[in-house]
Design a protein around this ligand. Structure first.
Ligand code: FES
Length: 78
């Protein structure tokens, strides 16, 4: 199993508009928490999520959340 890089040890909180988002699962993106295509050789793929209304989202930054792509405080257990 491929392991992701860990770009942040905390969540990444953003105000998101409705739409489709591609969360970076490999940790290599320079545009965290979103995929920028850097996963090409990682064996990992982004996770797509639809946001149906404008809201603040705590995206997982440690890549270890149990409910990826969202933070569930798993970073506190590392
Ligand atoms: S850059 Fe990380 S999943 Fe695409």
């Amino acid at each position: 199993m491929k392991l992701p890089e860990i770009p942040k040890k905390l969540s990444i909180e953003l105000d998101n508009e409705p739409g489709a988002y591609f969360w970076c699962a490999c940790g290599k993106s320079k545009n965290q928490p979103y995929c920028d295509g850097s996963h090409a050789d990682s064996g990992l793929r982004p996770i797509r999520r639809e946001v149906d209304e404008a809201k603040k989202i705590a995206w997982c930054g440690c890549k270890n959340a149990q409910n990826k792509p969202f933070c569930n405080d798993s970073h506190r257990k590392r």
